[in-house]
Design a protein around this ligand. Sequence first.
Ligand SMILES: [Zn+2]
Length: 101
Amino acid sequence: MTEQTDWPENVTARYLTVGGATVDLTHRLTVHTPPAPLATLASCTGCPTAEEFSHYRLIRGMTTQREEHEPAAADAKARAWAQSHAETCRAIPKPPVTPQQ
Ligand SMILES: [Zn+2]
Protein backbone atom coordinates (compact mmCIF):
# COMPACT_ATOMS: atom_id res chain seq x y z
CA MET A 1 0.00 0.00 0.00
CA THR A 2 2.82 2.42 -0.82
CA GLU A 3 0.65 4.34 -3.31
CA GLN A 4 -1.23 6.04 -0.51
CA THR A 5 1.84 8.03 0.49
CA ASP A 6 1.81 9.88 -2.86
CA TRP A 7 -1.59 11.40 -2.25
CA PRO A 8 -1.65 15.16 -2.37
CA GLU A 9 -2.66 16.47 1.04
CA ASN A 10 -5.97 17.93 -0.11
CA VAL A 11 -7.24 14.81 -1.88
CA THR A 12 -10.10 13.29 0.12
CA ALA A 13 -10.77 10.27 -2.11
CA ARG A 14 -9.13 8.73 -5.13
CA TYR A 15 -10.40 6.30 -7.77
CA LEU A 16 -8.19 4.30 -10.12
CA THR A 17 -9.37 4.46 -13.73
CA VAL A 18 -9.20 1.55 -16.17
CA GLY A 19 -6.50 3.51 -18.04
CA GLY A 20 -4.29 3.71 -14.96
CA ALA A 21 -4.96 7.36 -14.15
CA THR A 22 -6.85 8.50 -11.06
CA VAL A 23 -9.95 10.53 -10.37
CA ASP A 24 -9.22 12.73 -7.37
CA LEU A 25 -11.77 14.30 -5.09
CA THR A 26 -10.82 17.58 -3.47
CA HIS A 27 -12.73 20.30 -1.67
CA ARG A 28 -12.96 23.73 -3.22
CA LEU A 29 -12.49 26.33 -0.53
CA THR A 30 -13.94 29.77 -0.09
CA VAL A 31 -11.64 32.79 0.04
CA HIS A 32 -12.69 33.54 3.61
CA THR A 33 -10.40 33.20 6.61
CA PRO A 34 -10.51 30.48 7.68
CA PRO A 35 -11.52 29.00 4.32
CA ALA A 36 -14.53 26.68 4.29
CA PRO A 37 -15.31 24.01 1.71
CA LEU A 38 -17.95 25.21 -0.73
CA ALA A 39 -17.88 22.42 -3.29
CA THR A 40 -16.43 19.00 -3.96
CA LEU A 41 -14.36 18.81 -7.11
CA ALA A 42 -13.80 15.52 -8.93
CA SER A 43 -11.05 15.72 -11.52
CA CYS A 44 -9.45 13.08 -13.69
CA THR A 45 -5.66 13.07 -13.99
CA GLY A 46 -5.80 11.15 -17.28
CA CYS A 47 -8.11 13.45 -19.26
CA PRO A 48 -9.39 17.01 -18.89
CA THR A 49 -12.72 15.91 -17.44
CA ALA A 50 -13.72 17.48 -14.15
CA GLU A 51 -17.00 17.99 -12.38
CA GLU A 52 -17.86 20.27 -9.50
CA PHE A 53 -20.56 19.50 -6.93
CA SER A 54 -21.71 22.46 -4.88
CA HIS A 55 -22.23 22.01 -1.16
CA TYR A 56 -25.14 24.43 -1.41
CA ARG A 57 -28.49 23.51 -2.80
CA LEU A 58 -30.96 26.20 -3.77
CA ILE A 59 -34.45 25.54 -2.46
CA ARG A 60 -37.07 27.53 -4.32
CA GLY A 61 -40.29 28.33 -2.54
CA MET A 62 -43.38 30.13 -3.80
CA THR A 63 -42.01 33.58 -3.07
CA THR A 64 -38.62 32.99 -1.49
CA GLN A 65 -35.55 30.94 -2.05
CA ARG A 66 -32.99 29.75 0.39
CA GLU A 67 -29.78 27.78 0.32
CA GLU A 68 -29.24 24.55 2.19
CA HIS A 69 -25.76 23.44 3.12
CA GLU A 70 -25.41 19.77 2.23
CA PRO A 71 -21.73 18.82 1.99
CA ALA A 72 -22.44 15.10 2.54
CA ALA A 73 -24.87 15.01 -0.39
CA ALA A 74 -22.32 16.77 -2.62
CA ASP A 75 -19.59 14.32 -1.54
CA ALA A 76 -21.85 11.36 -2.28
CA LYS A 77 -22.64 12.71 -5.76
CA ALA A 78 -18.96 13.39 -6.42
CA ARG A 79 -18.00 9.87 -5.36
CA ALA A 80 -20.66 8.34 -7.63
CA TRP A 81 -19.44 10.49 -10.53
CA ALA A 82 -15.79 9.60 -9.86
CA GLN A 83 -16.63 5.91 -9.66
CA SER A 84 -18.47 5.87 -12.98
CA HIS A 85 -15.83 8.00 -14.71
CA ALA A 86 -13.08 5.70 -13.40
CA GLU A 87 -14.89 2.72 -14.88
CA THR A 88 -15.03 4.22 -18.38
CA CYS A 89 -11.98 6.48 -18.72
CA ARG A 90 -9.20 4.89 -20.73
CA ALA A 91 -6.94 7.92 -20.90
CA ILE A 92 -3.40 7.18 -19.78
CA PRO A 93 -1.81 9.68 -17.41
CA LYS A 94 0.88 11.81 -18.99
CA PRO A 95 4.29 10.84 -17.62
CA PRO A 96 6.01 13.55 -15.61
CA VAL A 97 8.32 15.71 -17.67
CA THR A 98 11.92 14.81 -16.97
CA PRO A 99 14.41 17.61 -17.49
CA GLN A 100 16.93 16.83 -20.22
CA GLN A 101 20.54 17.17 -19.24
ZN1 LIG B 1 -10.77 10.67 -17.42
